[in-house]
Design a protein around this ligand. Structure first.
Ligand code: URA
Length: 210
């Protein structure tokens, strides 16, 4: 069976994650750290992009070299906290397109309600990386991936910073075909749905709405 969950334990990621978790880290630094960690996660999540041979003239000679072979990417942040990861991933892949998904669960029907969805019109030709810093219960991630799948992208990966075991289980069981990249898997969810030890509410810390 193909590996589905990738935990990025690179020292730079782990170091930045420590400061991200710290409750004394203010919004400005928090945003910067989310962006930097997203950039490093993106580096790993794009490791399997296929390359093709090309040549380029250096000031000295003709060099046989490689470029990414025509694969197009789209990043899709889940509103609102996923927005914090967009800058970082675009620094790695500036030509990527960015879609957005906003959803919540109707408390009565428990069905996902899409209050915003705008995906690139050529999404069938793109590999999608869904962004959400915290994978908690996995409910909105599962729903967002289901919605994106309806548009038939070439592939979907999911990238988060901290995951709870409950969220990993939900996403991998509902979508066994997607790969999940994260910087850490924490202990559990508390009774309020927060990841423990986690970092608190990522959206509030990114946007300073605590
Ligand atoms: N969303 C967050 O921002 N933090 C959590 O701990 C869980 C969900």
């Amino acid at each position: 069976m193909e590996k589905q969950v990738f935990i990025m334990d690179h020292p730079l990621i782990q170091h930045k994650l420590t400061y991200l978790r710290d409750k004394t880290t203010g919004s400005k630094d928090f945003r910067q750290l989310v962006s930097e960690i997203a950039m490093l996660l993106c580096y790993e999540a794009t490791r399997d992009l296929p390359l093709e041979e090309t040549t380029v003239e250096t000031p000295v000679a003709l060099a046989k070299t490689k470029i990414i072979s025509g694969r197009k990417l789209a990043f899709v942040p889940i509103l609102r906290a996923g927005l914090g990861m967009v800058d970082g991933v675009l620094q790695m892949v500036p030509a990527a397109k960015v879609g957005h998904i906003g959803l919540y669960r109707d408390p009565k029907t428990l069905k996902p309600v899409e209050y915003y969805s705008k995906l690139p019109c050529d999404i069938e030709q793109r590999d999608v990386i869904v962004l959400d810093p915290m994978l908690a219960t996995g409910g909105s991630s599962v729903d967002a991936i289901t919605i994106i799948k309806r548009s038939n992208p070439k592939s979907i990966k999911f990238m988060c910073i901290i995951a709870a075991p409950e969220g990993i289980k939900a996403v991998t069981e509902a979508h066994p075909d997607i790969q999940l990249y994260c910087a850490a898997v924490d202990d559990h969810l508390n009774e309020h749905g927060y990841i423990v030890p986690g970092l608190g509410d990522a959206g509030d810390r990114i946007f300073g709405t605590l």
